[in-house]
Write a protein that binds this ligand. Structure first.
Ligand code: TYD
Length: 204
């Protein structure tokens, strides 16, 4: 069964769409494993809490990238690889591309460095397909700040950072057009969900 990842700026609607998709795929008879990064394991959730919410802690860009990578390494060995071996269809909210974009491009560490470290960490486990929920940065920014009372460390970086994230994802989609499928997420939920289902069904 495939590993399907979901990417997009904060506020692009990933969570809503992943839940709808998981319910539909379960209805079709698949055993779906819904998971996320950073997170999905105890270590990953501790790292998530530390990096996103302990905003008093000083974390350099390199350290941030390596903490995301540590969470990913644990997630791959504890959840993703065993899940795939057990024949589950995995839907993962963010994965390698998030590090390439958020740390490699938007924090300026460079794509090559982040890609080479992450390639080793996942042991070649790149996604079979990646759904990129594409929205304008202004829209993502507005949605993500109205959706919650408090912004986390990354959401607090402001609109300019969101703009780099959105254009970074488009750059990756150009680099890997076979794997990364762009879905225009500015449209109504049912229309977006229909397109996501079409992408997923095309590889099942
Ligand atoms: P997400 O789970 O989408 O946040 P939310 O709870 O708001 O839906 O993502 C968490 C944040 O972590 C998001 O701002 C992107 C960031 N992130 C990175 O910067 N690098 C990474 O490698 C990953 C996996 C996430």
């Amino acid at each position: 069964m495939p590993l399907i990842t979901f990417e997009g700026a904060d506020g692009s609607g990933k969570t809503t769409h992943m839940e709808l998709l998981a319910a539909e795929l379960e209805r079709q008879g698949h055993s779906v494993l819904l998971t996320r990064e950073p997170g999905g394991t105890r270590l990953g959730n501790d790292i998530r809490q530390m990096v996103l919410w302990n905003t008093e802690l000083e974390i350099s860009p390199m350290a941030e990238m390596l903490l995301m990578a540590a969470a990913r390494a644990q997630h791959v060995s504890e959840v993703l690889k065993p899940g795939l071996l057990a024949g589950r269809l995995i839907l993962c909210d963010r994965y390698i591309d998030a590090s390439l974009v958020y740390q490699g491009i938007a924090l300026g560490l460079g794509l090559e460095l982040v890609a080479s470290i992450n390639d080793k960490i996942v042991g070649g486990l790149w996604p079979d397909v990646t759904v990129l929920l594409d929205v304008a940065p202004e829209e993502a920014f507005a949605r993500s700040i109205t959706e919650r009372q408090q912004a986390d460390r990354i959401e607090s970086r402001g609109l300019a950072y969101y703009a780099q994230v959105c254009s970074g994802y488009r750059l990756l989609a150009q680099k890997w057009p076979e794997r990364i499928r762009i879905v225009d997420a500015s449209r109504p939920i049912d229309v977006v969900q229909r397109d996501i289902l079409a992408v997923v069904n095309s590889i099942l």
